[in-house]
Design a protein around this ligand. Structure first.
Ligand code: GLP
Length: 259
């Protein structure tokens, strides 16, 4: 796991966009996309590179991490709609190349297992973008999610529903249930890119990175993965005990190594 402490959220976004751009320019790519506010700056950066520098996503497929149960795809807060509005609809993904879970599926278990098969058939995820919940969730894997879990239905905690209430007119409108890739599914992506900015994430980042690997902090599952880059701003890094060590190591890293 490499922890990279960057000055501001804008530098976090540029660094994440650099990693994604390099991969996408290399050839056909499968991206794992996260919603939430944190990756929005990265998506804006990629949209700008598409418009200004010809970065093309025509050879890229994307899989969303999660989806609310009970929101039709066309609902403005379904993650299908959000990712289209914030990113994929503003660049040149081919029609049918952005995949998400169907939160209206009659059979959630069948939907989940088909989604897993679909990811495998695409060759697996090259780069998975991740945010982190204030309770340490990844995707919508709430505390006590099995570190080996697969895509399935989950019940949101009150805290997550409160955190996400800002996207709805009232907290009661935030769905109780979601479909999410499991921690075992996420861990199969070849490179995990965790983005976290702001003080509100400092505690969750410290628990995930420096705490024990434990289901109470789902993001601690990252410690089991061979290729994880944790990109944090100073505020999100503020509770890390070994900040100086991470910064010193990153500062002396040979440029050719990349992330
Ligand atoms: C939601 C998403 C997660 C995201 C988290 C944090 O619950 N399902 O994928 O990481 O929120 O969101 P934000 O970046 O807005 O803090």
């Amino acid at each position: 796991m490499e922890i990279i402490i960057l000055a501001t959220p804008a530098v976090v976004a540029r660094t994440a966009a650099d990693v994604i751009e390099q991969q996408v320019r290399r050839g056909p790519t499968v991206l794992g996309l996260a919603t939430g506010s944190t990756p929005l700056h990265t998506y804006l950066e990629l949209i700008e590179r598409h418009r200004e520098d010809g970065l093309s996503f025509s050879q890229t497929q994307a899989f969303l991490l999660d989806e609310y149960v009970g929101l039709p795809t066309a609902h403005p807060q379904s993650y299908h709609s959000v990712i289209r509005a914030e990113f994929t609809g503003k660049v040149d993904f081919r029609p049918g190349s952005v995949h998400g879970l169907n939160g209206m599926a009659d059979n959630a278990e069948a939907e989940a297992s088909e989604y897993e098969s679909h990811i495998l058939a695409a060759g697996g995820v090259d780069i998975q973008i991740l945010g982190i919940g204030t309770d340490g969730h990844l995707g919508f894997n709430e505390p006590m999610s099995s570190l080996s879990s697969r895509t399935r239905i989950k019940t949101l905690t009150h805290q997550t529903r409160q955190d996400n209430a800002r996207f709805f007119t009232h907290v009661d409108e935030v769905p109780n249930h979601v479909l999410t890739q499991g921690l075992g599914t996420i861990r199969e992506a070849r490179h995990l890119l965790l983005l976290a900015t702001g003080n509100a994430k400092a505690e969750a980042v410290a628990a995930a990175v420096e705490g024990p690997v434990a289901a109470i902090c789902p993001a601690s599952a990252l410690q089991l993965h061979p290729h994880v880059s944790v990109l944090v701003d100073e505020a999100a890094a503020s509770q890390l005990a070994h900040r100086e060590y991470y910064s010193d190591t990153y500062g002396r890293k040979p440029a050719w190594q990349g992330l």
